[in-house]
Write a protein that binds this ligand. Structure first.
Ligand code: 5AD
Ligand code: SF4
Length: 452
């Protein structure tokens, strides 16, 4: 891939980069794309801050907690920088976009602030700092649609994420994403297909399409293309075995798309479709554009057509004005829908959003209690649902050694269950039938067919 022979040894020493990512999958993929670019420029990736010449944080702004964590990590770098003033410290991504110049004021030892639409210029920006000095601010409105991707550089050989659209136009009242990631912009089907094809030629078997609001994929593209069209085209790629997509918005989801998912054999029967709340009053104040009843009906339709489809959700607890009664409606929705898994978040006011004008009146103790209640409820549901799979055969795309026990293999079902089992190395990268004999709320354990 990279030809770094034109770099001198001194350059090479200089070019050790430490990269840490906070936040969502989109951020992780942006980090991967950035590192791919840097590697092609001759940078070497190191996993210890002390060994790095360039330290980069790809940041998240979705909740205050995520920002506090980055500022505390940055604060700790002050001593590193004192010891070695040559080190370059950079803040990338959502927090960089949002806080801009003020990051230099708060943390003068930071050299680079690079927003969400500028990271493809990283090599150039770093060179700029090296040659002309610190405090480079790059938060322009440059629209990045296509990032030249080093397809060989990805954390999992058999599985890859592909950005199909960036930004969000939905402006849910609590959410900072439209402000830090800008308006929706979709890549063309041809570009996405080319990237998926290149990944598959390199050994990849599963792609997960990423978009903050993926159901509105195609808006603004010629010919009125939709996510369904994109899925149909990708389904035709020889050698590609599985296609996933996240994140779905209930108001932008269509029944037509459910029929497409049903029809296309490579598309995994799994939806991540955040409900956020079960109370219509709260949903209205969140500006979500649907009611709990609409959400329930939609899931019923999807399950009627595809009985084994699995559904995951996000919920926010303690949104301004959320009463016990509102919360009870969320509990009820969770009990009724029986999600496969859920991510639960305590509401965190974000300056500049519509909800930030409302009083953050649910005290932290109540937020914590509601968070705990939903986590426990979901844990019970996940366990009960997983137990139903005991004695059944599931198909697993084997990703490699299990994180918790490298002697065992691990992979995912099409419904996105994690499966851990004893097997042989030659199973890695293949789809294997596994008989399930034990489960927790998070993991299925089993034995491959015909494996003693
Ligand atoms: N406070 C708490 N949670 C939030 N999310 C988005 N914005 C906020 C906020 N201000 C949650 C939503 C979203 C997930 C990625 O993060 O549930 O689906
Ligand atoms: Fe945020 Fe709503 Fe857009 Fe999702 S759909 S990124 S929650 S504004």
């Amino acid at each position: 891939m990279s030809n770094s022979s034109h770099f001198t040894n001194k350059d090479r020493q200089y070019k050790a980069v430490f990269f840490e990512t906070f936040g969502c999958q989109m951020n992780k993929l942006d980090a991967e794309l950035s590192l791919g670019l840097l590697q092609e420029e001759g940078y070497r990736i190191v996993d210890k801050v002390d060994e790095a010449d360039v330290i980069l944080f790809n940041t998240c702004s979705v909740r205050q907690h995520a920002e506090d964590k980055v500022y505390s990590h940055l604060g700790a770098l002050k001593t590193v920088k004192k010891r070695n003033p040559e080190v370059i410290v950079g803040v990338l991504g959502c927090m960089a976009q949002k806080d801009g110049e003020s990051i230099f004021k708060r943390m003068p030892h930071v050299d680079l602030v690079c927003g969400t639409r500028m990271f493809s210029r990283l090599p150039e920006l770093l060179l700029n700092i090296k040659n002309h000095g610190s405090h480079v601010l790059a938060v322009d409105e440059d629209q990045i649609v296509n990032v030249k991707r080093a397809v060989t550089f990805r954390p999992n050989f058999y599985q890859a994420f592909v950005t199909v659209m960036r930004g969000c136009d939905n402006f849910c009242s609590y959410c900072i994403v439209p402000y830090v990631r800008g308006r929706e912009i979709s890549r063309t089907i041809a570009d996405i297909k080319e990237e998926a094809q290149a990944l598959v030629s390199n050994g990849c078997k599963e792609v997960t399409l990423l978009g903050q609001n993926i159901n509105s994929y195609g808006k603004g593209l010629a010919g009125g293309v939709t996510l369904g069209d994109l899925l149909s085209q990708l389904n035709d790629i020889d050698g590609l075995e599985r296609i996933r997509f996240v994140t779905s918005h209930p108001a932008d989801m269509s029944r037509d798309l459910i029929r497409t998912i049903n029809r296309l054999e490579k598309v995994c029967k799994h939806l991540h479709m955040p409900a956020q709340s079960g109370s219509d009053q709260i949903l209205e104040r969140m500006r979500r554009g649907y009611t709990a009843g609409y959400y329930r009906d939609f899931i019923s339709y999807a399950r009627e057509l595809i009985p084994h489809i699995s559904v995951a959700s996000d919920f926010i607890v303690g949104f301004p004005g959320e009463t016990d009664e509102d919360f009870q409606k969320t509990v009820q929705l969770m009990e009724d829908v029986r999600f496969q898994n859920c991510f639960i978040f305590k509401y965190s006011p974000r300056t500049g959003t519509k909800a930030a004008d409302l009083e953050d009146d649910v005290i932290d103790e109540v937020k914590r209690a509601r968070n705990k209640k939903l986590l426990e409820l979901q844990k019970g549901i996940s366990l009960e649902e997983n137990k139903k799979l005991i004695g059944t055969k599931v198909q697993v795309l084997v990703e490699g050694g299990s994180k918790s026990d490298p002697n065992r293999l691990s992979g995912r079902t099409r419904q996105n269950h994690i499966v851990v089992f004893n097997g042989s190395q030659d199973m890695v990268g293949r789809q294997i039938d596994v008989m399930i004999h034990e489960v927790t709320d998070l993991t299925l354990f089993g034995k491959p067919e015909n494996y003693s």
